[in-house]
Design a protein around this ligand. Structure first.
Ligand code: CU
Length: 142
């Protein structure tokens, strides 16, 4: 019985993640150079709810695909690659910023230009989905 209760509590916690508890703060990206249309979106992610959030994936308007990436240093070189699902504690926040986590976007068509807004949606464990518009900045404004 105790096991069953624990299982039910977990299920409830996962289902209880509410889009209203998730804030995407100041999303932006640098205008991608001419070419394949790859870019990195940066933003703050705030969890105002009472259960942990787990960022699983994303969709970006006009993009072939998008994934959470992480920059890391090894042997004096900057590398980047896919990051696992990212947890954000209840009441906590996570910053996706240059040199760290970012939302990697591949194959953006048409290529967004400085001054435009790029719509995107984040997907969380439990099914919550939150959308925002990232501001496209020119090289001089970053
Ligand atoms: Cu990347």
């Amino acid at each position: 019985m105790r096991l069953l209760l624990a299982f039910m509590a977990c299920t409830f916690a996962a289902l209880h993640v509410d889009a209203a508890d998730i804030r995407i703060e100041s999303p932006w990206l640098l205008e991608p150079p001419p070419g394949p249309g790859n870019a990195a979106i940066y933003f703050g992610l705030r969890n105002t709810g009472t259960s942990e959030l787990v960022l699983r994936g994303a969709t970006v308007e006009g993009a072939a695909s998008a994934a959470v990436h992480e920059h890391s240093m090894s042997e004096g070189m900057m590398h980047m690659g896919p990051a696992g699902p990212l947890p954000v504690k209840a009441g906590g926040a996570l910053l996706l910023a240059p040199g760290g986590y970012h939302l990697m976007v591949f194959g953006l068509q048409p290529r967004p230009v400085a001054g435009a807004q790029l719509p995107f949606c984040l997907e969380f464990e439990g099914g919550a989905r939150v959308c925002a518009e990232a501001m496209v900045k020119g090289l001089a404004e970053q």
